[in-house]
Design a protein around this ligand. Structure first.
Ligand SMILES: O=C(O)c1ccc(O)c(O)c1
Ligand SMILES: [Mg+2]
Length: 650
């Protein structure tokens, strides 16, 4: 698949954008007109730079408001087009995107439109230029790709074809199957963008909220499958207007973009394979196996990736600190056993059944304790790592001594280290023998698993993180939610495996919680946890137990510092659920939170925060599948209050 990206996706100057696209490995780019107009580079400079960088200049865009106008305006538009065609010749470009008229159209007449487009095609032909006509979702008279293509068909000129843009098609819920009926030589260009499903006017949605494939909710693999089945094999180019990407680090965004196309390519191949049977009727030979046959029939070459199944569970969670005392106390009070120190590293292991927590004491001094790494059980760490690296995940270097488990590590966008570990059927981990005997086993036998981990994401990398976990780890994003907190609305995105053995919650950290002058994780590039790097958002690890009340009582007896829940909460709880008074009293006494829905019940409590980390204990009853979302505002408010009280006393 030929990969492309529009310069409008990225921040910086045209030169910076082009360099970033080349570094990320794109085959070609679309030049967004504003980027050229505002550039000090001459068209010849741009042409040379692209050639030097090995980047194709695949599309000049956009040319606006051409058709459906009176003759005098058309004359003016043809003059304008002539100037652009001449410019394209200096750039060495041969395809221009002309979008359907949104501003100046006054005449709604397909015959007239066809006639006007035919005059444009004729002029383009004189310059050796191809015009790719694109229906904008908010086009005044033409806003549907099939309509735009009917006009292209009517004109029937070799220099006029269609541009398909997934956003304009999927935002309007147009059926994508008819794409297959378009002759491949008439599809001049394909643009792809994903988007979250939002209810707002489509222009604002398009100009501000597009995201890279895999970061939104559109069915892009299906769209691409139809495009491939149509016989198209030209560029597949990202055109993503997004307020965040336009101000984020350009090289990093370009890599995120490339990752999205690599992933989309794989997903499209999968869609074609899975839907090969539906084509059997027209197939020349019915004997080819469905697997891969679906895609091999088409000229678009779709590369695949090393296959990974979703992870089978969490292998461990690692917290980094230079002062472990408070964390040790918390874990001990929760009922964790100390399993000893690593034989060569300054690292401790704590466990409660299959829930394993590593306290890594190798943090720079005075850094806040933070979640530094997560281990996931996978079938094959080597294959999973190969996949992640092909998706451009940065590798985490890790020192290993002889006979130590070699962990395959990659850095997540927020610089959390993700380790791909060999899973075992009984949920044990082979590496634990590297840890010496623990001291004492105060609560031997207590069972728990890691239920979920909640990671705060810097705002500029939130979408990137969703794609990272989707593509590299095969986690599935759930619809996102918004939770009120005293320092802002927290966007919360749950990512899960289908059996819920892994639940990862990504929270958009409110900007207010950042300390002034603190370096943004993003400024260090992916995975570069430089010495000054530290997170300043609260994150947590949640453990599931069978009997939360008993766990809480035992923890209380050991002196655990629970997050204190206000009395108002319990009144509200009673109003909502009419709980048994004795049960309600227990919840209140132990600072437990409660939720219930059609699937079951959820009990949970939180510890006080140490640095940026706190712990949660949960009990799921029935098939409760949530996270106590109605309780999240209470938790945020209490934590906010305690941070403020702490600051006042400093
Ligand atoms: O928002 C726009 O104006 C615009 C311009 C060109 C495109 O290809 C597009 O999809 C949208
Ligand atoms: Mg477009």
């Amino acid at each position: 698949m030929r990969t492309g990206i529009a310069t409008v996706c990225l921040s910086g100057t045209l030169k910076e954008k082009m360099q970033a696209c080349a570094i990320a490995g794109f085959d070609g780019i679309e030049i967004f007109e504003q980027d050229l107009v505002t550039s000090p580079l001459s068209p010849e400079d741009v042409r040379k730079m692209a050639a030097d960088l090995g980047l194709g200049l695949d599309l000049y865009q956009p040319f606006r408001d051409f058709d459906s106008v009176s003759e005098d305006i058309l004359q003016e538009n043809l003059r304008r087009a002539d100037a652009k065609f001449k410019l394209m010749s200096r750039l060495g470009m041969d395809t221009i995107l002309v979008c359907t008229n949104v501003g100046t159209a006054t005449i709604d007449d397909d015959d007239l439109r066809a006639e006007q487009l035919s005059r444009l095609a004729e002029l383009a032909g004189d310059h050796g230029v191809k015009v790719a006509y694109e229906a904008l979702a908010w086009g005044k008279y033409v806003n549907d790709y099939e309509h735009a293509h009917r006009l292209v068909d009517t004109v029937d000129h070799p220099n006029l074809g269609t541009c398909l843009d997934s956003f304009h098609i999927l935002s309007r819920d147009w059926d994508t199957a008819p794409i297959e009926a378009i002759k491949p030589e008439k599809i001049f260009f394909v643009q792809v963008a994903d988007a979250p499903k939002l209810s707002m006017d489509v222009l604002s949605w398009s100009r501000h909220y597009r995201v890279f494939p895999g970061e939104g909710q559109f069915e892009l693999a299906k769209f691409m499958g139809h495009v491939a089945r149509a016989g198209y094999s030209g560029p597949v180019s990202l055109e993503v207007f997004n307020d965040v990407f336009r101000q984020s680090d350009v090289e990093r965004t370009a890599v995120d973009a490339m990752r999205s196309l690599i992933w989309l390519e794989e997903q499209s191949a999968k869609w074609l394979d899975a839907n090969a049977a539906s084509l059997a009727a027209g197939a020349a030979s019915g004997d080819s196996p469905a697997n891969a046959a679906g895609r091999r029939r088409y000229p678009m070459e779709l590369a695949t990736l090393p296959k990974v199944a979703e992870p089978a569970g969490f292998n461990f969670a690692e917290v980094k600190t230079d002062e472990p005392a408070q964390l040790e106390t918390l874990l001990g009070q929760l009922g964790f056993e100390f399993d000893g120190r690593h034989r060569t590293k300054d690292v401790q292991l704590w466990s409660m059944g299959q829930a394993r927590v590593i306290i890594n004491e190798q943090a720079p001094s005075h850094s806040e304790p933070a979640i530094a790494a997560l281990g996931f059980d996978v079938d094959s760490p080597v294959i999973a790592s190969a996949r992640a690296q092909q998706l451009k995940a940065p590798v985490v270097p890790r020192k290993v001594q002889a006979d130590e488990e070699v962990f395959q590590g990659i850095a997540a966008p927020d610089s959390t280290e993700i380790f791909l570990c060999q899973g075992s059927p009984d949920g044990t981990a082979a590496w634990t023998h590297e840890f010496g005997e623990g001291l004492e086993h105060p609560s031997a036998g207590a069972q728990a698993v890691i239920d979920h981990v909640n990671l705060a994401q810097p705002w500029q990398h939130f979408d990137e993180a969703v794609l990272f976990y989707t593509s590299a780890l095969a986690l599935e994003p759930q619809p996102f939610a918004e939770v009120a907190s005293p320092s802002g609305l927290v966007r919360s995105q749950v990512m899960v495996t289908s059996d819920r053995a892994v639940r990862l919650v990504l929270n958009l950290a409110p900007v207010l919680q950042q300390e002034p002058g603190q370096q943004e994780p993003g400024q260090q590039g992916p995975g570069q946890q430089g010495n000054g790097a530290r997170k300043s958002y609260q994150e947590h690890i949640a453990f599931a137990v069978d009997d939360l009340v008993a766990t809480a009582r035992a923890a209380q007896a050991r002196g655990l510092d629970f997050l204190q829940i206000p009395a108002n909460y319990y009144e509200d709880l009673d109003a909502r659920f009419a709980l048994d008074p004795a049960f309600l009293a227990t919840l209140k006494e132990l600072n437990l939170l409660y939720d219930r829905d059609a699937n079951g019940e959820f009990l949970h409590f939180y510890t006080a925060t140490v640095g940026n980390v706190f712990f949660e204990m949960v009990e799921r009853r029935g098939n409760y599948d949530g996270y106590g979302a109605p309780n999240a505002p209470v938790r945020h408010a209490v934590q906010y209050d305690s941070v403020h009280a702490h600051n006042l006393h400093r």
